[in-house]
Design a protein around this ligand. Structure first.
Ligand code: PGA
Length: 254
C-alpha cells in the first residue's frame, strides 16, 4: 500500500511572514493526517516556514535547485543550501519551469540525480499540453518524460522519487482532468516505470495528480486506484482548502 502524499506548490506567492502565518493556521488542521504533508515554498520562505512547522507532521520543500554542488552560477541555489535551511523535498521540472525557464528533460534528469545524491526527495513533474492530448500523444510523451527524468537511477533510488502528473491544460485553469483521465495516464506512467525499473519499483513509486485539484474535486481524484496524492497550486494558498485535500487523502488510508 502506497502512502499518499499531498504537496502544496505555493509558486511565486507569499512573503516569509505571510507563509509563516499560513502554515501556523495549517498545523492544527492537518495534525491527524494519515498521508505525508509537504509545502513547497519560495526559497526565501523555507527557513521561517521550516522553523514554524518544526516538530509537526508538515514537511518543507523547495520549487527548484541547481545540479552542481557550488560555484559560479549566479542566481542559483544548491542542494546543500536547501537542506541547511530545512528543505526535505524539491519540485523538479514543473511545466512552468520547462515553459518559461528553459528546463529540459536533460536538466530535469541532472537535478533529479543530484537531489537524490544529496538527500533531497525529488517531486518530478511531467505532463502534456492540450495540443499534445488532442493529437493522441499523451501516453508516449509522459512515458518518455518519466524515463528521461529517471535515467541512470538505481531501482532503489527510483522508488524514493515522487512523480507528479500535471496536464498543462489543467494547471491554474480551473479545468481538472477527469478522475478517469488522471487515473489512466498515471497508470501509463506506472507502466513506463515498470519497463525501466521492474514491477516492484512501479508498485512502490508514488505518483500524484496535479492541475486545479481543489477542496471540491479532491475526493473523487483521491479515490482512484492509481492516484497517490496531489500537487496543489492555488488551493494550497488557503489553509482550509489545503486541509480538506489532506483529509481526502487520509480517508483513503485504511
Ligand atoms: P494548480 O497548480 O493547482 O493551481 O492548478 C498545480 C501546479 O502547478 O502544481
Amino acid at each position: 500500500m502506497r502512502k499518499p502524499i499531498i504537496a502544496g506548490n505555493w509558486k511565486m506567492n507569499l512573503t516569509p511572514l505571510e507563509g509563516e502565518t499560513l502554515v501556523k493556521a495549517l498545523i492544527e488542521k492537518v495534525a491527524d493526517a494519515k498521508c505525508d504533508v509537504v509545502v513547497c515554498v519560495p526559497f526565501v520562505d523555507i527557513a521561517p516556514v521550516a522553523a514554524a512547522v518544526k516538530g509537526t507532521n508538515i514537511h518543507v520543500g523547495a520549487q527548484n535547485l541547481h545540479f552542481k554542488k557550488s560555484g559560479a552560477y549566479t542566481g542559483e541555489v544548491s542542494a546543500d543550501m536547501l537542506k541547511a535551511v530545512g528543505a526535505e523535498y524539491v519540485i523538479i521540472g514543473h511545466s512552468e519551469r520547462r515553459q518559461y525557464f528553459a528546463e529540459t528533460d536533460e536538466t530535469v534528469n541532472l537535478k533529479t540525480l543530484f537531489a537524490l545524491e544529496n538527500g533531497l526527495i525529488p517531486i518530478v513533474c511531467v505532463g502534456e499540453s492540450l495540443a499534445q492530448r488532442d493529437a493522441g500523444e499523451t501516453d508516449g510523451l509522459v512515458s518518455m518524460q518519466v524515463k528521461a527524468a529517471l535515467k541512470g537511477l538505481s531501482a532503489q533510488d527510483a522508488q524514493k522519487v515522487i512523480i507528479a502528473y500535471e496536464p498543462i491544460w489543467a494547471i491554474g485553469t480551473g479545468r481538472t482532468a477527469t478522475n478517469e483521465q488522471a487515473d489512466e495516464t498515471i497508470g501509463v506512467i506506472r507502466g513506463a516505470v515498470a519497463e525501466a525499473f521492474g514491477q516492484e519499483t512501479a508498485e512502490k513509486i508514488r505518483i500524484q495528480y496535479g492541475g486545479s485539484m481543489n477542496a471540491k474535486n479532491c475526493q473523487g481524484l483521491m479515490q482512484m486506484p492509481q492516484i497517490d496524492g496531489g500537487l496543489i497550486g492555488g488551493a494550497s494558498l488557503k489553509a482550509e482548502d489545503f486541509s480538506i485535500i489532506v483529509a481526502a487523502a487520509s480517508d483513503t488510508v485504511a
